[in-house]
Design a protein around this ligand. Sequence first.
Ligand code: NAD
Length: 436
Amino acid sequence: MKITVVGTGYVGLVSGTCFADTGNEVTCVDIDQNKIESLKNGKIPIYEPGLDLLFERNTKQGRLTFTTSLEDGIKDAEVIFLALPTPPGENGSADLKYILGVAEDLSKMITDYKVIVDKSTVPVGTSEKVHEVLASNLDESLFDVVSNPEFLREGVAVNDFLKPDRVVIGTSSAKAQKVMERLYAPFLRTGNPIYFMDERSAEMTKYAANSYLATRISFMNEIANLCEEVGADVNSVRRGMGSDSRIGKRFLFPGVGFGGSCFPKDVLALSKTASDHKYDFKILNAVLDVNAIQRERIADKICNHFPDLKGKTIGLWGLAFKPNTDDIREAPALYTIDKLLEKGAKLKAFDPEAMENIAKIYGDKIELVSDQYEAILDVDALAIMTEWSVFRTPSFKTMKKVMRKPVIFDGRNLYELDAMKEEGFHYESIGRSIIN
Ligand code: NAD
């Protein structure tokens, strides 16, 4: 099948590459000329494990191409995916200007039947808006609009796309349904389901899924905070509750709050949808409030430990919003950095992939170094912000040798309390006792 993907970011590039890998001819379109140039030169602008191999194979074999021209990009395409940004607008609802803008452009370019698939996360009712914009210039027989929310996770995006737990398709067109069935069949060979539903339900499914996951995180963060007050250990509590099959083990890890380009904006957008419909979605608002407090928790712990941070140096391990990505959008580390800088601390930091992105925001306000031990050379304390594997079993001996003082604030609960006691660290984590 000939496919066009409009928007070549995390979702668009991964989807386009994976669709090419099942034999489709894919053109990825983006307005960012630098991005397209770099992709044409074989350089992937994001870090996503496993993407490089697929990218190389499919570009070499000519199934994956790139352009900045929407008009050229959609020539002969049967399906056009929209993988465009939907950032929060001023009032918290998702800003649809990119989606509706491209729909408007498409309405003036389409000359034969195309399935327009919305892969971006968009509020309920967006399919109808896209349909309306297209229909303003196009005969309705020339297109169908489908809602196909994407559930991939950055860091494991390729695997998630190739082996999805499920595919959700919202459409009222039997013709478009057949096209989508054919396109996704190779990814569902193991029997995972493809759910067909109406467009509004598909749009709601994505927000419900992300908001529920964010709720689990905020819930566990509150349990962890309470554990600290009552002298319980959240790790034991997590294991005890997670092995109940009604609850499940995943997504129960407390930490420094959720971040990334999806959870914060999607929870906010669903809350806005609720209030637009005069529905007071109390849980969602609490999820956001808890998160706003939690993402400052490590900085707060550091400020409590050091009443005056002026003249102190803090080392940071991890900047990305989670491991295995270079994405720092809404990363909890940003909130910690801002607060510590505001209090006058000096910062040194290391992240395996995200330093280039951090440098774009902070310039020389933070010292970025290329090694995790260099990031703690002569520091008064270390703050762990992202649970990259490389931080899980460091040499405590080297750490103690290079740090000015053996003090760790661990936002990801990477180390055993007994080990910290034995090694002689002052160790503060999330939902567990302080080791002195
Ligand atoms: P992104 O910012 O990484 O990529 C969006 C791309 O669209 C950018 O490259 C941008 O230059 C391009 N673009 C903007 N306007 C354009 C236009 N008029 N024509 C062509 N290209 C244009 O965003 P993303 O993270 O890939 O997210 C895209 C959508 O998918 C969002 O709605 C997001 O909520 C959703 N989503 C994201 C993830 C994720 O993990 N990142 C997962 C599931 C769903």
